[in-house]
Design a protein around this ligand. Structure first.
Ligand code: ADP
Ligand code: MG
Length: 266
């Protein structure tokens, strides 16, 4: 059964898309079967996985409106080694079109259940908002990965996200939890970043991933080649950090035994 993770943070430009595509590529390199779902109408994760958003026959938009299944709409990125359920500007309209429809926050979840045995990991790249699209992501997921820069205001923004996740957990999706905070674009030479990083660990303990993603220009260059950094330049520091993060995710996911498997072990 696929483990489903949302990459979310309502701030823009914090590294959600970079995290989603590089984690997807890292997991694929480790032999995991991965589906990447782009829930952002900007379609950056789609383009950054080598899939042209302008030429998508079907996209996550069709899946949300139940006019296509995930199996029909997902395409393979051969270069990246994972499947892509892409997005383009059409998705911006879904927000309005979903209003008034039944189970509008559960559409993605229902669609993903049908392909749960085909994948080990499903990664959902969320838009920079707490919108109906993000809510569909949160309702589908077992956990949330929160990329964040170690800057002063990062902690402030986190409160809103944590509250939203608590509400979704209480009312809509009992599975949902924050899997971890991922420190990204990290520069240890900047004292403030090290201080915020220490504060994060003091506050959130083992909810902070061990892996740290450094600021690395190769990660920023890769999207213009339609590739995640991990594929574009595997030897770059940032790429190696994402592969280490993929290993950490595999270890954490297998370590978190479900109640059923704990019973069988006992
Ligand atoms: P979001 O999806 O949250 O809006 P992105 O992943 O698109 O954020 O990242 C914002 C910008 O920062 C992009 O230009 C991206 O290439 C760049 N970026 C992301 N992570 C890194 C990193 N570790 N080092 C350098 N640049 C990065
Ligand atoms: Mg993005």
């Amino acid at each position: 059964m696929a483990k489903i993770f949302c990459v979310a943070n309502q701030k823009g430009g914090v590294g959600k898309t970079t995290t989603t595509v590089n984690l997807a590529a890292g997991l694929a390199q480790l032999g995991q079967r991965v589906l990447m779902v782009d829930l952002d109408p900007q379609g950056n994760a789609t383009m950054g996985s080598g899939v042209d958003k302008r030429s998508l026959a079907l996209s996550v938009y069709d899946v949300l409106l139940e006019s296509a299944s995930v199996a029909q709409a997902a395409v393979r990125s051969e270069k990246c080694g994972y499947d892509v359920l892409g997005a383009n500007r059409e998705l911006a309209g879904a927000e309005v079109e979903l209003v008034g429809l039944e189970r509008r926050d559960q559409r993605l979840k229902t669609a993903l259940v049908a392909v749960a045995t085909r994948y080990d990991f499903v990664l959902i790249d969320c838009p920079p908002s707490l919108s109906m699209l993000t809510l569909n992501g949160l309702c589908s997921a077992n956990g949330v990965i929160v990329p964040m820069q170690c800057e002063y205001f990062a902690l402030e923004g986190l409160t809103d996200l944590v509250n939203t996740i608590k509400q979704v957990h209480a009312n809509l999706n009992k599975d949902l939890q924050i899997i971890g905070l991922l420190r990204v674009m990290f520069d240890p030479r900047i004292t403030l970043q090290s201080q915020v990083s220490d504060q994060l660990k003091a506050h959130f303990g083992d909810k902070v991933f061990d892996s740290v993603i450094p600021r690395n220009v190769r990660l920023a260059e890769a999207p213009s080649y339609g590739l995640p950094g991990v594929v574009f330049d595997p030897l770059a520091k940032g790429s190696q950090a994402f592969v280490a993060f993929a290993q950490e995710m595999v270890a954490r996911s297998s370590g978190a035994a479900s109640p059923v498997s704990r019973e069988t072990q006992a």
